[in-house]
Write a protein that binds this ligand. Sequence first.
Ligand code: PRX
Length: 673
Amino acid sequence: MNAPSSAIESVLVENRVFPPSAATVAAARIAGMPAYEALCAEAARDYEGFWARLARDNVRWIEPFTRTLDESSAPFYKWFDDGVLNASANCLDRHIGTPVEHKTAIVFEADDGAVTRVTYRELLARVSQFANALKARGIRKGDRVVIYMPMGVEGVVAMQACARIGATHSVVFGGFSAKALQERIVDAGAVAVITASYQMRGGKELPLKAIVDEGIALGGCESVKTVLVHERTASAWNRVAGRDQTFVEALQDRSTECAPEPVGAEHPLFILYTSGSTGRPKGVQHSTGGYLLWAKLTMDWTFDIRPGDVFWCTADIGWITGHTYVAYGPLAAGATQVIFEGVPTYPNAGRFWQMIERHQVSVFYTAPTAIRSLIKAADSDAAVHPRNWNLSSLRILGSVGEPINPEAWMWYYTHVGGERCPIVDTFWQTETGGHVITPLPGATPLVPGSCTLPLPGIMAAIVDETGHDIPDGAGGMLVIKRPWPSMIRTIWGDPDRFVKSYFPEEMGGTIYLAGDGAVRSAGGPAGSGVDRGYFRITGRIDDVLNVSGHRMGTMEIESALVAKTDLVAEAAVVGRPDDLTGEAICAFVVLKRARPTGEEARQIANELRNWVAKEIGPIAKPKDIRFGDNLPKTRSGKIMRRLLRSIARGEQITQDTSTLENPAILDQLGQTN
Ligand code: PRX
């Protein structure tokens, strides 16, 4: 593990504090810090009782649980495990017969601006009908179904329909390549793939079904008996007889009623692949009961969601944010949400602001990368500055996926939120299922760039390699000391890797290691009246990069590069800070031929970028590729990554290079092509 990065210094200097207004506090569900403290005290006093109360109040159980937490096979924790429920019933059926039944569940805005609305009643009918279509194809409880869909109502319907019949879905982001898709289908042993013929992004029609065919053709996907295709556009696509069916065909004559399948609380609701320290993505497995509790509860706590709100989370359903805060949380909370098919810069970089005004969005949740790119666009073109739109419907802003730099925070606060809306900087991960460290809009005084305090019941701490607490003010590793309901249950098919990745023996084997460095201030922000220390995330401590809020393993990209066997002998990938994307991917490559320079180097670098896009997806393309005759290695042959990190940042090498086998290589790698 690498030491937590030096970003600690730069974030510690922030001392602006933004307390919530008296009016915000008065109206909030968790109203003021005393209310937050009371919930924390309840969790400290009776941990299981706290969670049991919340699970009873927030989840609709078909059969109530009698056991709250089972730690007997730690770290394979079980929550509410004798309880029986259905996730889809908790998102849809629960609203029938209430005022939510005829409320708009989804406002869908297509890439071209066309808008469609679906009520809760209609959504229930569509999900039920789709669930019946899945059953008609022989898909049953416990089967795995891969979903490879654009953003739209259909993607959410597909996820909810799987949940309704107890099938475990695994959504693969539509930007992943055929190879990445195939690896996930194989690992999950999927019996079906749900996809679209094409996706529309930024005015362009991009194939999806063709990529599914290409992926399946790579082999090992014999388990896939069904491919369901949503015909998004009128363009033709290739049909495999017997296996492929359009949505229209699959739904024909299917009833719009389907009783939700009762499942145990620990039943795997979904598997979502994410990057880790090794080349192979890990299938993070989530439960039904604990996950759903947290999706619903964090909508209430973090977003303080109310009946009249219009919620918009811009994340794709291919990521965890799109699971918890698009497909499940807003529905469980009975909210109206916006789903957007396109990209923030089409037809211009004012699209988000225009949509907020158009749909009267009150709670807006996006990623720092999007904010940074929209700041840049507004700086160079006044016509796309948010001031051109009426954003007075906004009440709460959220940030997710990567650290938000104080400059971007201030711009978001001032120009989007009109200095009126609290920003919830939500720290969490695919593995945590939902927010774990975040401000509460009606309680927590905000500090730009800090995710502030753990949610009630989340026992976050900062420790050293042996699991011992680190004094406030010093950086260390972020851990969560007690299990919580929405945590990862295992890595699909690889329980050993689950234990090794998240519950290191040196820390005692039962506390969750997040993989991020963090620092907590000594005491609360000056003058805020809060005496608890605030958390700041300082970046990953493993070989995982965060590029535009997308998680990428360095080893994954290295494996992709060396898979180009005709060209590449060796590759090492590191990250370097980037103003726009947070981190940028920098690859150092040794070719099987002489080191190229000039035009040839540029050409080969492009060839390699396109290769990586084909192997993983365009998000994994290295921004910077440098060629060397060799890589900096110790005499025992180990690549010295810390040196590569310095080179990538353009820093003077001040580290000790005496153990280096080939010091001259440093100069060569320092040259850009
Ligand atoms: O490094 C942290 C960063 O994103 C990682 C988790 O990535 P992923 O599993 O893809 O989930 C992203 C959406 C929840 C974390 O380990 N991260 C996420 N949120 C924040 C963050 N870093 C700083 N501040 C955040 N608010």
